[in-house]
Design a protein around this ligand. Structure first.
Ligand code: 6PG
Length: 471
């Protein structure tokens, strides 16, 4: 008996995705270098599942129906190349390898070519939703080979999360578009997490809320227009007790953030192709800054002048912080989506923005009810270059902008670091300003380097010999 699918990499994500596939009636074989994981796979499978663990790549490949459809869930980078090197000699013409990890899109481009030269299909596919999502319904972002995608589509639709009975998976575009969309998803994820942490800090140090009160605030936020996965888990975090002390766990966690690299790639990419995504950039760099713990301690002693004045009307403050968080989050999505628009042109991905926001509505880490509004906007105008240009979004933005300004002002006055909130506001103000002061920058560039400038009143490129005024 041959199996419909194969999975290489039986860590938590791989195993959970495999079970999800098996739950949906597809038979699937699994392989991992670690024998313990193969054993665990068998033990954890229900009797209805058609699942088989294989101990060698030869047995694994022989167990699969052709064309073989093999999903990789191994760490990005060298492990993917190592697997490909070992498995490709065992495959036959037309077989499909799907990389479901967080691979860098340029690696995917290289692998697509490499496998194509061996008559094999290679696809990059973003999967979001963490361990639980993988098991019960992730958001799935496949891209690349259309022929291969068509073969996989029924399975992907079966295992993906559902919103309004529609599967949270769609073709994300040509080449490595699937990886690219997932990378930007993660960049937005970084930004939203940064913003939530700032709102937390403002409520905690500004308004003096304790964890029980924070829980109540996030619960209320999650029940309304801010409903989202990240707000929901934050709510829960404030209720988690520590098992080692009798305090709340969140208060025992060291304030140094880790990062595996996808956020950094998003920022690097935006710089490379010339897209402004400052809130995502700041989220990446804030994690970097958080690691300077020892220096921060020294600096806080040296500059310990900051007195925090609590807001007069706490209820109003909480509401404003909520609105500020909501709008700054919206602006972060806008930046990420604008990056996708530009990347789509730059790399000829043909990314369907409407489908991107549609499949992000469920399963993934950045799912939120706000995405419904984006979906409506792209349904009306699939070529929207920035979500902030949609008239309905503009109404929403205008209803929150005052709160964002007030919150940013409060944070600045009281020395509560709010890099994400400030940059979201700064981006908004720059993006919505007809005349920026960069005429002066152009003058300076021309002054010291003859870099030339354009004029507002006539066509062409100009250079001036600037007069130095000696006094
Ligand atoms: C997801 C997550 C997932 C993972 C990130 C975390 O969509 O399910 O984004 O991909 O949790 O890699 O990234 P950092 O370790 O860089 O925070």
């Amino acid at each position: 008996e041959r199996y419909n699918y194969g999975m290489i990499g039986l860590g938590v994500m791989g195993r959970n995705l495999l079970y999800n596939i098996a739950d949906n009636g597809f038979s699937i074989a699994g392989f991992d270098l670690d024998e313990v994981k193969i054993k665990e796979l068998q033990e954890g499978a229900s009797s209805q599942m058609k699942v088989k663990g294989t101990g060698t790549l030869e047995d694994f490949v022989a167990a699969l129906e052709t064309p073989r459809k093999i999903i990789l869930m191994v760490p990005a980078g060298k492990p993917v190349d190592a697997v490909l090197e070992n498995i490709t000699p065992l495959l036959s013409k037309g077989d499909i390898v799907i990389d479901a990890g967080n691979s860098y899109f340029k690696d995917t481009n290289r692998r697509v070519e490499d496998l194509a030269s061996k008559n094999l299909h290679f696809m990059g596919m973003g999967v979001s939703g963490g361990e639980k999502g993988a098991r019960t319904g992730p958001s799935i972002m496949p891209g690349g080979d259309l022929e291969a995608f068509t073969l996989l589509q029924p399975m992907l639709e079966a295992i993906a999360a559902k919103v309004d009975n529609e599967a949270c998976t769609a073709y994300m575009g040509k080449g490595s578009a699937g990886n690219y969309v997932k990378m930007v998803h993660n960049g937005i994820e970084y930004a939203i997490m940064q913003l939530i942490s700032e709102a937390y800090d403002l409520l905690k140090r500004g308004a003096g809320l304790n964890n029980d009160q924070l829980y109540e605030v996030f619960k209320e936020w999650n029940n309304g227009e801010m409903n989202s996965f990240l707000i929901e888990i934050t709510r829960d975090i404030f209720q988690q007790k520590d098992s080692l002390t009798d305090s709340f766990l969140v208060d025992q966690i060291l304030d140094k953030a880790g990062a595996k690299g996808t956020g950094k790639w998003t920022s690097e990419q935006a710089m490379e192709i010339g897209v402004s995504i400052p809130t995502i950039d700041i989220a990446v760099t804030s994690r970097i800054l958080s690691a300077y713990k020892e220096e921060r301690i020294l600096a806080s002693q040296l500059y310990s002048e900051k007195e925090i004045t609590s807001p007069e009307d706490i209820k109003l403050f909480i509401q404003e912080v909520g609105d500020a968080l909501f709008l700054a989050t919206l602006i972060s999505y806008a930046q990420g989506l604008a990056l996708l628009v530009k990347a789509s042109e730059e790399y000829s991905f043909q990314i369907p923005l409407k489908d991107v926001v549609k499949i992000w509505r469920g399963g993934c880490i950045i799912r939120s009810v706000l995405l419904e509004k984006f979906y409506a906007a792209y349904t009306k105008d699939p070529n929207l270059s920035n979500i902030l240009l949609d008239p309905n979004i503009a109404v929403l933005v205008k209803s929150k902008i005052k709160a964002l300004r007030k919150t940013a002002g409060y944070a600045a006055e009281n020395g509560i670091s709010s890099l994400g909130i400030q940059t979201a506001l700064g981006y908004f103000d720059a993006y919505t300003t007809e005349s920026l002061p960069v005429n002066l920058i152009q003058a300076q560039r021309d002054y010291f380097g003859a870099h030339t400038y354009q004029r507002i009143d006539r066509e062409g490129v100009f250079h001036t010999v600037w007069n130095s005024v000696n006094n």
